[in-house]
Ligand binder design. Structure first.
Ligand code: HOZ
Length: 432
């Protein structure tokens, strides 16, 4: 916790220099703190549940490098495995047995995955899966949901979440209308809207892609029956159901949202946790669909660093740690205490708020009404969130710098960390 006066002189110096070197001073937009104001904090190191900035401030970290750090940052066993693997080479560009091991672990864990292809990021996984959806069905149109984010490939930058929502950007310039013309959108949790799109576009829709629990418009779980309804509708119309489990995969359950909710999609995208903190993505699903991917089949997709031995090794060790009995029970218990505690404090300090958690993924909105979709999320009090964010930062709690991002805990977060976080929240909400 930060006890001495909060100083950020070095962060400011480094970020000022960064702004002359990189657009907005960052390598990815949300981390620039634009929507919450103030300067971003420049990190020096991370370990367990904590991050330290270049000025020496220590934070309880609820971003966890945006999800991958589910075992805690720099877990000694993950680091040891990476170092040992690095001795043998950092990139092969050839098959390695690490790929088999991680592929088997993914196939065993994720109910719908029979075959998997490794790529380098969630964006890459989603753009590849989209090509596969089209190749397999021979149809061009897809349905996505407002506020869901499937990476920054052109055809997904339509009413997207994450940084696009955070910065309040219209759909991005540079994306030709011809590229997004086949991307249809519906509000999350609205089956009627999806039905209408299927009826208006008979035999034209390749599939429906969604984050089964939205994490890129804040944390928004599916209403009862929504995922099952999508499964039925897609089957009825000969379309594919695709779960983007880049965030939820191995996070809300070892087998992801599809295990948690008992719904089997046709295809799934993964990222974040399966790379244990190194750059990885993956897509997988039914064998008959995956066999369309080159060189098995004609749908082309490739990558020099795909299946990278260091990333595979970090992923394998991370999944081994997660597989230990009690991991998900622990994540759920700690995160529930955090989430319930935040809601209780909001109530006591008379701030309208709603939120929740599933296992180690959580969210909090400052709003009167429940949040079922992106439109609801946009009605929340963004100014209050910014002030809350700043106050927490100054008290040593690092939250995602956007109302439109989920929070993440890890196996390294303790009850004491939660107590300290709630103590900080009480002080901040009391002063808003
Ligand atoms: N798209 C990431 C979270 N949804 C943000 C990544 C980053 O800014 O580092």
């Amino acid at each position: 916790m930060i006890t001495s006066p909060f100083k950020t002189t070095k962060s400011e110096e480094i970020f000022a220099a960064a702004q002359k070197l990189m657009p907005g001073g960052v390598s990815s937009p949300v981390r620039a703190f634009k929507s919450v104001g103030g300067q971003p904090i420049v990190f020096d190191r991370v370990q367990g549940a904590y991050a330290w900035d270049v000025d020496g401030n220590q934070y309880i970290d609820y971003v966890g490098t945006w999800g991958p750090a589910i075992c805690g940052h720099t877990h000694p066993e993950v680091i040891k495995a990476i170092c040992e693997a690095a001795e043998k080479g950092t990139s092969f560009g050839a098959p390695s047995r690490h790929e088999n091991v991680l592929a088997e672990m993914v196939i065993d864990a994720v109910p719908s995955i029979e075959m998997v292809r490794f790529v380098n990021s969630g964006t890459e996984a989603c753009m590849s899966v989209l090509r596969l959806m089209r190749a397999f069905t021979g149809r061009d149109k897809i349905i996505k949901f407002e506020g869901c984010y499937h990476g920054h490939a052109d055809m997904f930058l339509v009413k997207a979440g994450s940084g696009v929502a955070t910065l309040g950007l219209p759909d991005s310039p540079g994306v030709p209308k011809s590229t997004t013309g086949n991307t249809l959108t519906a509000p999350f949790n609205n089956l009627e809207a999806v039905k209408a799109l299927f009826n208006e576009n008979p035999n034209e829709i390749a599939g429906v892609i969604l984050e089964p629990v939205v994490g890129n418009a804040g944390f928004i779980p599916p209403d009862g029956g929504f995922l099952a309804g999508l499964r039925e509708l897609t089957q009825e119309h000969g379309a594919l159901l695709v779960f983007d489990e880049v965030m939820t995969g191995f996070r809300i359950a070892y087998g992801g949202a599809q295990e948690k909710f008992g719904i089997r999609p046709d295809l799934t995208t993964l990222g974040k946790v399966i790379g244990g903190g190194l750059p990885v993505g993956a897509y997988g699903g039914r064998r008959d669909i995956m066999e369309m991917v080159a060189p098995s089949g004609p749908m082309y997709q490739a990558g020099t660093l795909s299946g990278n031995p260091l990333a595979m090794t970090a992923g394998i060790k991370t999944l081994e740690l997660l597989r230990q009995p009690g991991s998900y029970e622990y994540l759920d218990r700690v995160t529930k205490r955090l989430s319930n505690g935040l809601l209780q404090i909001a109530k006591e300090t008379r701030h309208a708020a709603c939120g929740g958690q599933i296992s180690g993924m959580f969210g909090l909105f400052f709003t009167e009404e429940p949040v079922h979709n992106y439109e609801d999320a946009k009605k929340c009090d963004l100014t209050k969130f910014s002030r809350f964010h700043r106050g927490m930062l100054e008290r040593g709690v690092y939250l995602a710098p956007s109302q439109f991002e989920a929070g993440f805990t890890s196996l390294a977060h303790t009850d004491k960390d939660v107590d300290q976080t709630l103590e900080a929240a009480r002080a901040v909400m009391g002063s808003l």
